[in-house]
Design a protein around this ligand. Structure first.
Ligand code: HEM
Length: 452
């Protein structure tokens, strides 16, 4: 089936317009209603930044969600061996993420409001978390005050080391580690840095505003104090084409996402993206995230002739059409040859190696973001072995799949050896995370993992 990806890029219909004061989620530690409506902004009726992506549901947000323009990813190391503390953290994170997605601060922004909220609870005979007594009251950092929800989604994941780390079953979860949550093998050309790789927990915040995405992760980091700390983080962005139905271009200048699996294809999502029915119960409605921080040697790429760039990808740069075709949506015909019998799309072009036809029909849902982290002294590993100050920029490749063994690993094993693109890209960071299903209101993400 040919997916019509362009239609996927229409604004979300699942979201709803934000209304200040309409929130029902409990505040972390303080209880419902602690955050005054005046801590929240009211959008003009047609402002798309006012759209709220629903937080509660069978699946976590941020997977099927129409990609937002910005993302902030963080992987965490857990700093305790107390299972109850991790469970409480996930509870607090869930409540906080639901509030943030709704455009609300996690806690009040002003001390006066926070103290008033505590007093009101006490007056009604409601329990108050001792952490929130008078001057111990914690406040949201406040940098999104007056801002809109910007379609924020927060997606949580569990790394292999949550289950077993250095041979230790810290939280009594070792027996519950799914087989599909493998340790990724070492791939050809990997230059992974330990401080950009792994993590016990992952949080991916995506929003149509970079400050909203960063603020969300910052609040979760604050709530994790003493329980978990950031191991590595990555900010990302997507260009926004004038035509909202067009896919964004990556930093190589090519349209990226043309032949992505359509999120409207629910049979395709069930087959390739959500875990299968025989997955552990706590993963039902969930998916596996593979994250790869891929540096692109932009200086080298920029000196290549256009025709060579197009051969590398297997598509025309401007139109996005497969080589030899006119339209972006034209079918990729891998069997087509020129008058001399040579394949029109080269044997080692990126789209040929990635195509389902060459990977036992497998598909993944790509949901990556470009990144730009300034410049570093870099020694290239390909001719002309350039050395000097170069961009540390590229693609923060993120993909979801029901099983990474038949998804990312299946595709990337061959690609890492033969892709023409390899002479321009270096994988410097990596992570794999089991993203459980979503939570019903009142529950928390990962509850079924911790409840048994
Ligand atoms: C810097 C790294 C990468 C860049 C710049 C890049 C860029 C692109 C571009 C421009 C396309 C063609 C348009 C499209 O269909 O979206 C494409 C297709 C694709 N890429 Fe990548 N990609 C990168 C890494 C990867 C990796 C690591 C994988 C997975 C292992 C991957 C999997 C795919 C797949 C499955 C397709 C669709 C192929 C098809 O069916 O036509 N890409 N990529």
């Amino acid at each position: 089936m040919k997916d019509d990806c362009a239609k996927d890029r229409n604004p979300s219909r699942r979201g709803f317009l934000f209304a200040a004061g309409g929130a029902a989620a409990a505040t972390v530690g303080l209880g419902a209603g602690a955050v005054a409506a005046s801590d929240m902004a009211t959008p003009p009726p047609s402002d798309p930044r006012g759209v709220v992506e629903p937080f509660w549901g069978a699946h976590q947000g941020g997977i099927l969600t129409l990609p937002q323009s910005h993302s902030y990813f963080a992987a965490f190391d857990i700093a305790t061996d107390q299972r109850a503390a991790v469970e409480k953290l996930l509870r607090d994170w869930t409540v906080a993420a639901a509030r943030l997605a709704n455009g609300e601060p996690v806690e009040p922004i002003s001390m006066a409001r926070a103290i008033a909220a505590v007093a009101a609870r006490r007056a009604q005979g409601e329990p108050v978390d001792p952490d929130y007594e008078s001057d111990e009251v914690r406040l949201d950092s406040g940098e999104t005050a007056g801002m809109l929800p910007a379609r924020l989604t927060v997606t949580f994941g569990f790394g292999p080391s949550l289950f077993v780390k250095d041979g230790k079953d810290r939280f009594g979860l070792a027996a519950r580690r799914p087989e599909a949550l493998i340790d990724l093998p070492r791939f050809n050309g990997d230059q992974l840095k330990a401080d950009l790789t792994g993590g016990d927990l992952s949080v991916q915040a995506c929003a149509d505003d970079p400050q909203v995405a960063f603020h969300a992760v910052r609040q979760l980091v604050r709530l994790a104090y003493g329980v978990a700390q950031v191991r590595w983080a990555q900010a990302g962005f997507l260009g926004s084409p004038a035509d909202p139905a067009a896919p964004p271009r990556n930093l190589m200048g090519f349209k990226d996402g043309t032949n992505n699996l359509s999120t409207r294809n629910s049979a395709g999502m069930d087959k390739f993206i959500w875990v299968a029915a025989d997955a552990p119960d706590w993963m039902r409605g969930g998916s596996y995230l593979v994250a790869r921080r891929i540096r692109i040697a932009l200086e080298h790429w920029d000196r290549m002739k256009l025709a060579f760039q197009e051969q590398t990808i297997g598509r025309h740069k401007m139109s996005g059409a497969p080589i030899g075709k006119a339209k972006e949506t034209d079918d990729v015909e891998l069997d087509r040859v020129d008058k001399d019998g040579n394949p029109i799309i080269p044997e080692n072009a990126h789209i040929r190696l990635a195509a389902p036809a060459n990977n036992d029909g497998t598909q993944i849902l790509r949901r990556g973001y470009s990144y730009n982290d300034g410049v570093n002294f870099t020694a290239e590993r390909w001719p002309p072995w350039r050395q000097g100050m170069e961009y540390d920029a590229g693609l923060f490749f993120l993909c979801y799949q029901g099983d990474p063994r038949s998804g990312f690993v299946k595709i990337f094993e061959r690609m890492s050896k033969f892709d023409m693109m390899n002479q321009f890209v270096t994988h410097t960071g990596s992570g794999i995370f089991a993203c459980p299903g979503g939570a019903a209101e009142g529950g928390f993400i990962g509850e079924r993992l911790f409840s048994a």
